[in-house]
Design a protein around this ligand. Structure first.
Ligand code: NAD
Ligand code: TYD
Length: 336
């Protein structure tokens, strides 16, 4: 089988490529990535020489190139996106371009080239915000209610994916997944930002009161879920994928990090809140469990520790990132 992975040089995409080549060694992977600020071929050094792996530098918005790359592809796993909420608040237009237009261009090429399965990676953020202390969770029937330019662009892409299925019969599936953590995550997202700041002796910025809840999913569990959808998922269906956490708020999460790293709470810095900040996400993954046998295996405490150890052991990876364009972004987002 030949799989086109888009955005495979990013955080989840690169973890997925490692996972797939290890677990399906006879399959071929073409990784198409534009290498934006967060695309990093260093994430894939170990597979560079694998004969079943090929890298193509390109933009999902370039129709001609996409059409060429799509030839002979059996399945598409579409990760490529602008993925950071704070950047979407600073500059929404690239989110519209890549996440909406780019997805439509891929769908068109997949249809033309009779791809057998187009799997779209999406987020739980399309469902909006839940209330604190409310037992409700997002599921596949939750009404879409995106509240940031990022989640609105992902919601639009989900609708396009389903429209191509219903209107043209393109065989699609979607996963709406919660907050991932693990190796190779660009240090603008909460956990890698906090861990690397602490290693550098810097403070950890906490937005608002810190009582914002996310559902934390270890990236390898996410890769296993995508594998299940690609092999057993029903065409035309959406699956919500979450982790093993139970309403952990940002402060509680960061306090776990401080404990593992031997730091005290004086390193916390309460900063201006994010605009339109979604209070709580929680995911009910029972459909994936009942239909596909999905079961996350990685508990937060153990895998948080493993994640911290990875950033401690791979300082050169994130130090190179933090010395480039990142500085400019950090100044703009957090001031001095
Ligand atoms: P990331 O930002 O680390 O990586 C995105 C990748 O896409 C990068 O390699 C980048 O170079 C590439 N890319 C961006 N624009 C492109 C374009 N126009 N053409 C080709 N490549 C382009 O993102 P991530 O965290 O790995 O997220 C991957 C996917 O998973 C995204 O679709 C995101 O919305 C979704 N998702 C992420 C999370 C999370 O917690 N990180 C949770 C749920 C869903
Ligand atoms: P983030 O990692 O950006 O993921 P998302 O916004 O997609 O959930 O943020 C996770 C949570 O952490 C979110 O509630 C915002 C908060 N946060 C901070 O408190 N400080 C920070 O510096 C960052 C980046 C995020």
């Amino acid at each position: 089988m030949k799989i086109l992975v888009t955005g495979g040089a990013g955080f989840i995409g690169s973890n997925f490529i490692h996972y797939w080549l290890k677990n399906h060694p006879d399959d071929k992977i073409v990784n198409l990535d534009k290498l934006t600020y967060c695309g990093n071929l260093e994430n894939l050094k170990e597979v560079e020489s694998n004969k079943n792996y090929q890298f193509v530098k390109g933009d999902i918005c370039e129709g001609e190139l996409i059409n060429k790359v799509m030839k002979g592809i059996d399945k598409v796993v579409h990760f490529a996106a602008e993925s950071h909420v704070d950047r979407s608040i600073l500059e929404p237009s690239t989110f519209i371009q890549t996440n909406i237009i780019g997805t439509q261009i891929l769908l068109e090429a997949a249809l033309k080239n009779e791809v057998k399965h187009f799997h779209h990676i999406s987020t739980d953020e399309v469902f909006g915000a839940l209330k604190l202390d409310d037992p409700a969770k997002f599921n596949e029937n939750t009404r879409y209610d995106p509240r940031s330019p990022y989640s609105a662009s992902k919601a639009a892409s989900d609708h396009l994916v389903m429209a191509y299925h219903i209107t043209y019969g393109l065989p699609v599936t979607i996963t709406n997944t919660s907050n991932n953590y693990g190796p190779y995550q660009y240090p603008e997202k909460l956990l890698p930002l906090a861990i690397t700041n602490l290693i550098e002796g810097k403070k950890v910025p906490i937005y608002g009161d810190g009582k914002y809840v996310r559902d934390w999913l270890y990236v390898e569990d996410h890769c296993r879920a995508i594998d299940l959808v690609l092999t057993k998922g029903r065409i035309g269906e959406t699956y919500c994928i979450g982790g093993l956490t139970d309403d952990v708020n940002n402060l509680e999460l960061i306090k776990k990090v401080l404990k593992i790293m031997g730091k005290d709470e004086s390193v916390l810095e309460y900063v201006k809140d994010r605009l339109g900040h979604d209070r709580r996400y929680a995911v009910d993954w029972s459909k994936a469990k009942n239909e596909l046998g999905y079961q996350p295996e990685c508990d937060l405490d153990t895998y948080l520790e493993k994640t911290i150890q990875w950033y401690q052991a791979n300082e050169s990876w994130w130090k190179r990132i933090k010395s480039g364009e990142y500085q400019e972004y950090y100044q703009r987002q957090y001031g001095k």
